[in-house]
Design a protein around this ligand. Structure first.
Ligand SMILES: [Ca+2]
Length: 230
């Protein structure tokens, strides 16, 4: 039962993802990254982030050409649909999900009951996003978001994401030392963007910090997200 249901969700999520990411190519000239950074820091302080956190977190922000490359060549576009789906949904993936479920049964069942979100959906989503926590991404997401903010293509969107992230660090909701994730700034087992963290993430085990790379907080946060958007 878990097997079939999860496979069904895997396919559904992949198709949704394919529909969401529509290509949008427009290149424009950029000012220098350093100048952008200077202006961004001023904006962040105006946004309400403390000066210390802005200086501390942004001091290591770098322009990452690779991020721009990824942004222009997302797999949704350079793989044909069949290859894309085949790579991401398989019986093997479902089996891995079941293995994780057996290991974390207590927490996952608790989350399912409390939020009324099916565990198979949560597992399928985690399988698609990070292959059950195996690919959390190793990018410094402050630099990823800075690069995409600096880049003209979707500057406003990513600037806002970066401001929200700094705000979360400032409020000590998110630890600044673990900000590694995807090239687009997504973070944790379910690849939440900063805005999703702010709006939906939960400190499920009540230890005063939201740990989206750990089962408890990440499953509860994903369940809360799915419950609220449905
Ligand atoms: Ca926590």
């Amino acid at each position: 039962m878990v097997f079939k249901k999860m496979l069904k969700f895997l396919l559904k999520i992949i198709i949704l993802k394919l529909l969401i990411f529509l290509p949008n190519y427009s290149l424009a000239e950029n000012q220098s990254f350093d100048l952008w950074l200077k202006e961004f820091k001023i904006r962040a302080v105006q946004y309400g982030v403390s000066n210390n956190v802005v200086e501390d977190v942004m001091s290591n922000a770098k322009f990452l050409p690779k991020v721009i490359e990824y942004d222009r060549y997302q797999p949704e576009f350079y793989e044909d649909t069949f290859t894309y789906i085949r790579k991401r949904s398989s019986n093997k993936k479902v089996k891995e999900g079941i293995r994780l479920y057996k290991k974390e049964k207590k927490i996952i069942d608790q989350v399912e009951q409390e939020f009324k979100v099916e565990k198979e959906l949560l597992l399928a989503l985690m399988g698609i996003e990070t292959n059950f926590g195996k690919y959390l991404g190793k990018m410094d997401i402050v630099s990823s978001l800075a690069t995409l903010s600096y880049d003209k293509r979707r500057s406003e969107f990513f600037t806002k994401e970066l401001l929200i992230l700094l705000n979360l660090v400032d409020k000590k909701i998110i630890n600044k030392n673990i900000l590694y994730g995807s090239w687009a700034g997504a973070f944790g087992n379910f690849q939440f963007m900063p805005r999703t963290i702010r709006n939906y993430a939960i400190d499920f085990n009540n230890n005063k910090t939201i740990e989206l790379k750990k089962t408890e907080d990440s499953f509860a946060s994903a369940a809360n997200y799915l419950k609220k958007i449905s």
